[in-house]
Design a protein around this ligand. Structure first.
Ligand SMILES: [Mg+2]
Length: 368
């Protein structure tokens, strides 16, 4: 294959529920979509999971656009490639900027799956025809509100409830949830809100039989997580700290993590995600697929990746309707009774509605 044309679009999509980060509360999700065209006319789609502000990691949609335009697109355009695994190698001269790299790499995987007449899931080596999914719930105004929200999702059949925690919204919240939902798989995601000095507080979470506590300590740490894991019964799962297979290997060898959250964008694409998956499987470390409030295109890539065998724990990939009034794919991603059926059609398995994409587009540029 040879990519001869790439279109980058900046989309602004209204969220059903406002989304709160350390930079404030947002009504819309802004992100980049990338459309790549092969010389034979096949079109593949990729989504950047970089947010518009650098609260999750250092990348933003603007830094992604800059890295794509000035470095990644010139490296890839008109280059002969025989397999998407080669994209990683082509991008090797560029350090980090994993979300930008993943945006193009995802589109190349989509084209490859279409040209080899298979679904993206099977191109990746996935075998499942349905995947188990969980839901992620942000910090609420009161515990009562949270309980009502959780109750709704448990009734919808979601297989795992993930709740964000932070200092002042942690032990009491988890205690109440465990009392109200004694048999539900519950986990807590701290998004790096604590430090090792908080170990005594974090150890209180052991009481509640949580499936895991995700990224309790600093976003660039693995050493303190290893120290904390030795003191805690609850398995620690790393998210922000893992950017590559090498990071995963070091964290596992140190005992910093018993579970890994794989996000395609954070690790630089599907090829690296698959390598981390395979390594974790060989080490008996279960993985799951984290969410970044993706539109249908990113969601479709997550669904495909989750069909790999070591995605044992339910991920964050909920129904499109959880986030969007109208998604950009047809049909939309639908979770029923906690499962998403994996599409068997070629490529990402969902049709991109280009008119809807255009209606959300606020900026666009074509590269040849
Ligand atoms: Mg997380």
């Amino acid at each position: 294959m040879k990519i001869t044309e790439i279109t980058i679009r900046h989309l602004k999509m209204k969220l059903k529920d406002p989304f709160t980060t350390s930079f404030g509360t947002f009504e819309d999700k802004e992100f980049l979509l990338l459309e790549a065209k092969d010389e034979d006319g096949t079109i593949g789609w990729g989504e950047s999971v970089a947010f518009h502000s650098p609260w999750y990691n250092e990348e933003t949609l603007k830094t992604n656009w800059h890295i794509l335009e000035d470095f990644l697109i010139p490296l890839l355009l008109n280059k002969e490639i025989s397999h998407p695994d080669e994209v990683n190698k082509i991008f090797e001269p560029i350090r980090k900027n994993n979300m930008a790299k993943s945006t193009i790499e995802g589109a190349v995987w989509d084209i490859y799956a279409q040209q080899t007449n298979q679904s993206l899931a099977s191109a990746l080596g996935g075998k499942k025809d349905k995947i188990e999914v969980g839901i992620s719930i942000g910090i609420q105004k009161s515990i009562d509100e949270l309980v009502t929200i959780v109750d709704g999702y448990v009734k919808e059949g979601y297989k795992r409830i993930k709740v964000k925690i932070k200092p002042g919204w942690d032990v009491d919240v988890m205690r109440t949830l465990r009392q109200k939902f004694p048999d539900v798989a519950i986990m807590a995601d701290a998004n790096s809100a604590y430090r090792l000095e908080d170990a005594e507080l974090l150890k209180q979470l052991d009481e509640f039989n949580l499936t895991m506590v995700e990224q309790p300590l600093a976003s660039d740490d693995i050493i303190d997580h290893a120290t904390l894991q030795k003191q805690m019964k609850t398995p620690i799962c790393l998210d922000e700290s893992i950017h590559s297979l090498e990071d995963a290997r070091k964290a596992v060898e140190l005992g910093a993590t018993k579970i890994i959250n794989i996000k395609i964008g954070r690790v630089g694409g599907l090829t690296e995600a698959k390598k981390i998956h395979d390594y974790c499987e060989s080490q008996g470390i279960p993985v799951w697929c984290g969410g970044m409030l993706e539109s249908g295109i990113g969601r479709a890539h997550n669904v495909a990746l989750t069909t790999l065998s070591n995605f044992i724990l339910p991920g964050d990939t909920a129904s499109s309707s959880r986030y969007w009034e109208k998604d950009i794919i047809e049909p939309e991603v639908v979770a029923e009774d906690g499962y998403i059926q994996v599409p068997q059609t070629v490529g990402i398995g969902y049709k991109v509605n280009v008119d809807t994409v255009e209606s959300y587009t606020v900026d666009k540029k074509i590269y040849r």
